[in-house]
Design a protein around this ligand. Structure first.
Ligand code: ADP
Length: 412
């Protein structure tokens, strides 16, 4: 009498396939679990079904999904782990069939009283996520006074596995959302910190530099060296502060970009020239390999020059004595390509995606051999992106190549 016909089996498989599809397409967990409940009732020919979830705080089970007409009644009800069929299934992590609850003490009668309903028989399965039981799916009162079968149990177990998967997905989504919110908050704090520091440092630094320059003229030969040291270091500090506020400005979108007709070849030549002495002192061969073309483009020359300077500065900094650094500009289908190539210490592949982040340094900042704040590349990236361009790094074993790609004509 209980045996399923082939058509019924096909119907069941189709319903299950629908539910599997729902795992990725259902709009929310609630509607997905509702489908599971409805199918559990339909496929096992039961009167009712529900999903219970373990609640850590009360250490009891509570109803997560049920038929709509039971919702208000069941939502506030908690089911203890002792003295309930669901509790037994949860504890043991095993399925359970009770054909006659009157002779089985495991049934929890409170729910019947609350819902004004009498349970005769039930089938229940644990919801398991990675070996851990998180809840229970149960169906009640097989219709026509029939007995629950192994087949009912298999159906419920399949539905239970899908419900568990959906609950876990939702849990993961919730966790990802929470971490994203946390990250956004950290990012905001970082921005605030940069804005406040650069703003607060700028005025006193300006005063130090101004007065030191004035004093240098007054104190005469005797103290020139000391005054130069003060001015040099204050200038260095000023550069750091400017770097900070540059990052801040393009981050907040408040940067102003000039749109001049500029020669990229000229900018490259000027930048290379400005680093000649430093390269010489460190015994590094710095060369400009750009051909004779001017490579005109629409851009903000100061910003492009800062971006390229930061790349050349790094190339020299992260290359040992005897090494080579070359700069080259060329053009390709509406874009200018500026490449800075060195044969220095290189960058491990796993670090490449992160080096353009603010304050990111490959070596531990506290023990590293090189100076710097980890802002140079972030500034360069900001400047390039303000022009609708792209910047990236490549490194395989020895040496690094940094490439900037800039549109010849600025997008409107
Ligand atoms: P920093 O002030 O530390 O140089 P940057 O933002 O300019 O900051 O660079 C970030 C990190 O990327 C550096 O700390 C360095 O580890 C790595 N890096 C940048 N350019 C090079 C390069 N040409 N060769 C090797 N490593 C580099």
């Amino acid at each position: 009498m209980n045996d399923m016909t082939t058509n019924e089996r096909i119907d069941h498989l189709e319903s299950l396939l629908e539910i599997v599809r729902g795992l990725t397409t259902a709009p929310d967990l609630e509607s997905f679990l509702q489908t599971i409940i409805n199918d559990a009732i339909g496929m096992t020919n039961s009167e009712l079904a529900s999903i219970l979830e373990y609640d850590e705080t009360t250490q009891k089970l509570r109803f997560l999904a049920m038929q709509w007409f039971e919702r208000d009644l069941l939502r506030p009800v908690t089911v203890p782990l002792d003295g309930s069929a669901a509790g037994w299934v949860f504890r043991k992590g095993q399925p359970l069939i009770i054909q006659n609850v009157k002779v089985d003490k495991r049934h929890f009668k409170v729910v019947d009283t609350k819902t004004n309903h009498e349970t005769h028989s039930l089938v229940a399965v644990p919801l398991i996520v990675r070996g851990e039981v998180i809840g229970v799916l149960e169906a009640l009162n097989k219709k026509d006074d029939a007995h629950y079968t192994e087949e009912d149990l298999t159906i419920l177990e399949t539905l239970g596995a899908l419900a568990a998967q959906a609950i876990q997905n939702m849990d993961l989504t919730r966790k990802v959302r929470a971490s994203n919110a946390e990250l956004a908050e950290l990012e905001r704090l970082k921005s605030d910190f940069i804005a406040i520091t650069s703003h607060e440092l700028r005025t006193p630094l300006g005063l130090i530099l101004g007065h030191a320059t004035f004093l240098r003229e007054l104190v005469g030969e005797q103290f020139t060296e000391q005054m130069d040291t003060i001015i040099r270091n204050a200038t260095r500090l000023k550069e750091i502060v400017e770097n900070l506020s540059d990052v801040e400005n393009y981050d907040t979108g408040s940067a102003i970009v000039r749109d001049d007709r500029v020669s990229m070849a000229k900018i490259a030549a000027e930048v290379v020239l400005s680093f000649c002495r430093e390269a010489d002192q460190r015994n590094i061969q710095l060369k400009n390999e750009t051909d004779a073309a001017p490579y005109f483009m629409q851009a903000d020359p100061i910003k492009i020059s800062i971006a390229l300077s930061n790349l050349v500065k790094n190339a020299i900094q992260y290359t040992e004595a005897g090494g080579h650094v070359t700069v080259k500009v060329d053009e390709e289908s509406g874009y200018l390509r500026v490449a800075v190539v060195d044969d220095g210490i290189g960058i491990p592949a796993r670090e490449l995606p992160r080096i353009f982040e603010r304050f990111y340094q490959v070596e531990n900042p506290l023990t590293r051999r090189y100076g710097g704040m980890g802002l140079g590349l972030a500034v360069a990236k900001g400047m390039v992106e303000l022009h609708g361009g792209r910047i990236w790094a490549e490194s395989s074993g020895k040496g690094s190549t940094f490439t900037i790609l800039l549109p010849v004509n600025q997008p409107a």
